[in-house]
Design a protein around this ligand. Structure first.
Ligand code: ADP
Ligand code: MG
Length: 579
């Protein structure tokens, strides 16, 4: 709550200006019934045309002033609410971008989307309401009560009765509806979650013919949301007619009781009509106040949800006094590294120690789930180690800024991901100022030249959202090219060759050796073929290193490696590897 309020600070002056306008509006509106009673009592009844004209002109002027004040107030409310929501969305986005994987998992992407759209909108709506009414309604209410009592004390019971009835109706609505608001937002989260997951998995759903079950699941979430929404809206829609009924009832009551007083000469007819208007003002203000009381808790729920995101410190932060790295060799060292995922009981890595030298290719191989991806994700600091150290050129990765660190690393993820744009814009992700020649060179090294050239527009070919119009293997090659454009000291390929055929795999490795041979290259792979020539192979088994060495050394000394090798390679290939 406090967090969100902070984003209104720049607009304090506008809010104060708004208060002045509102005060003006209230004063003008309260003056009007007084003039009306004057014009009736002293103008219309005695048929004094001059008086009617004089007061009439004043009334027109006051009405015009009311409109001006009200317009100015609306402008400010619109401006403040729109701008503050912009600031809040910006803060949310900046924070979410800084989140490490564990915070993203904590909140879930779907919830983060709801929070930065729907919840912000709730707060925005409440802001408008509060700016327009939160101060205006009490000002109007009190002013109208004072004026009404001034006009006629003997009718005051009518207002009292009306307020009592309205209070009962509002209290009922409040206790019925309010608890549902929190549920409503979480159901919305749930719906978004299902929607997002199903949309990204739409092909799998089709392939397994599970549209019906998925529809069922979606329907269930949709129905739950609808049910609560209907309940809330029904309760709300019952309110309006009930309140109108009370207002009209009170009008009749005032006219009825007032007529008796007028007949007994205890009240002027103009005063009765003025009293009627004041009574309406009192009731309306009271209504606005209760509406705000309903609105605020709902917006508060949203504000809390937003605040929780903004207040969450990313687990991975830059050090206060970052060390600047002087040497740029790119030597990566793991020193007794152990790592467990947040909330996981078992360690995903245990006691891993090795060094990846510049100018060498270090390969990591192992079964699925053996911790290969986890291992390499510690280098760009996607996660922090639980024990031990990851050191680059003698500096712990936690002692440099994330920007410096990641500037030195070209990371190609297991799943190639492209952004919407062109091939060139995707490649320039790693280096804005790369020339077209440099891009072409990277594309050539990544063995993507053939299919890029086949495209009508070459490098300027459009890439659809999520890169759906290129195949898996092409996506991987473009991801590799993207890392190459960056020209870092350290290359990390997390299973990036898996979707390539053997021939391309080989050609790519040869091209890499030629172009970036001086860098530190870390290749994660499942296929022995991919890593058979590596200078150093690290065999992972269940989060531990089962052996290190060259292909030949490992064939002799490491059982895990031999098993993998025998299952993949024919005798001849093994022979060839031995030579
Ligand atoms: P590999 O890349 O070798 O196939 P991973 O490094 O992806 O294996 O996974 C190693 C282990 O860590 C697995 O047991 C997996 O269940 C676990 N794991 C991977 N990612 C996460 C995560 N984000 N949260 C919790 N556990 C994870
Ligand atoms: Mg993996």
């Amino acid at each position: 709550m406090k967090t969100v309020l902070r984003y209104y600070r720049p607009y304090v002056w506008l809010v104060i200006l708004n208060l002045i306008f509102l005060f003006g509006q209230a004063m003008c509106e309260l003056a009007l019934p007084g003039y009306m009673s004057d014009i009736i009592n002293n103008g219309i009844v005695p048929q004094d045309m001059g008086y009617i004209r004089k007061i009439g002109i004043i009334m027109i002027a006051v009405s015009a002033a009311t409109v001006c004040f009200s317009l100015a107030g609306s402008f400010i409310a619109a401006r403040v609410s729109a701008k503050s929501s912009r600031d809040i969305r910006h803060a949310l986005f900046t924070r979410v971008i800084a989140f490490s994987a564990s915070e993203l998992e904590d909140f879930s992407t779907a919830s983060l989307i709801t929070r930065s759209t729907n919840d912000v909108q709730m707060v925005q709506q409440a802001t408008v309401m509060i700016l327009r009414l939160a101060c205006f309604a009490p000002m109007m209410g009190i002013g109208a009560i004072v004026r009404a009592l001034d006009t006629s004390v003997s009718l005051s019971w009518t207002i009292g009765l009306a307020l009592l009835v309205i209070l009962c109706i509002m209290a009922m609505a409040f206790f019925l509806v309010f608890p549902k608001f929190k549920v409503l937002q979480s159901k919305l989260d749930n719906l978004n979650l299902i929607m997002k997951e199903r949309l990204s998995g739409v092909l799998v759903i089709r392939a397994f013919n599970t549209q019906k079950t998925e529809e069922g699941r979606f329907d269930e979430a949709n129905r739950e949301l609808t049910k609560i929404n209907m309940f809330v809206n029904r309760a709300m829609s019952f309110m309006m007619p009930a309140l109108m009924f009370v207002m009209n009832g009170v009008s009749i009551l005032i006219v009825w009781a007032g007529a008796h007083l007028v007949e007994a000469d205890k009240l002027m007819i103009g005063d009765m009509l003025a009293y009627l208007q004041y009574a309406m003002h009192v009731i309306m203000s009271f209504l606005f106040i209760t509406m705000i009381f309903i609105m605020i808790p709902r917006a508060a729920v949203s504000a809390q949800r937003i605040g929780r995101v903004i207040d969450t410190e990313p687990a991975i932060e830059d050090p206060e006094e970052p060390e600047t790295v002087s040497s740029h060799e790119g030597r990566v060292e793991f020193r007794n590294v152990s790592f467990a995922y947040p909330d996981a009981e078992e360690k995903a890595l245990e006691n891993v120690t090795f060094t990846a030298e510049p100018g060498r290719t270090t390969a990591v191989i192992g079964g699925t789930g053996s911790g290969k991806s986890t291992l390499v994700s510690l280098i760009p600091r996607f996660y922090d180690v639980t024990e031990g150290q990851v050191v680059i050129d003698g500096v712990d990765v936690r002692d440099m800024t994330q920007h410096d660190l990641r500037d030195r690393i070209g990371y190609v993820p297991q799943k190639g991901l492209l952004f919407s744009g062109t091939i060139a814009s995707n490649l320039r992700y790693g280096g804005d100022e790369a020339t077209d020649e440099e891009l072409m060179e990277a594309v050539e090294t990544a063995q993507a030249k053939d299919f890029v050239m086949e495209k009508e527009c070459g490098l300027d070919e459009e890439v659809a959202q999520g890169g759906t119009n290129v195949s898996g293997g092409q996506k991987q090659r473009l991801s590799i090219a993207r890392a190459l454009v960056k020209k870092p000291e350290i290359y990390i390929f997390d299973d990036s060759f898996s979707a390539l055929d053997f021939k391309t795999d080989k050609a790519l490795r040869d091209a890499l050796a030629e172009k970036v041979g001086g860098s530190t290259i870390i290749i994660v792979a499942q296929r022995i073929n991919t890593i058979i020539d590596a200078d150093r192979i690290i065999v992972m088994d269940d989060g531990r290193i089962a052996g290190t060495g060259t292909h030949q050394q490992l064939m002799e000394s490491c059982d895990v490696y031999r098993e993998i090798a025998l299952s993949q390679l024919s005798e001849e290939e093994l022979e060839r590897g031995r030579k």
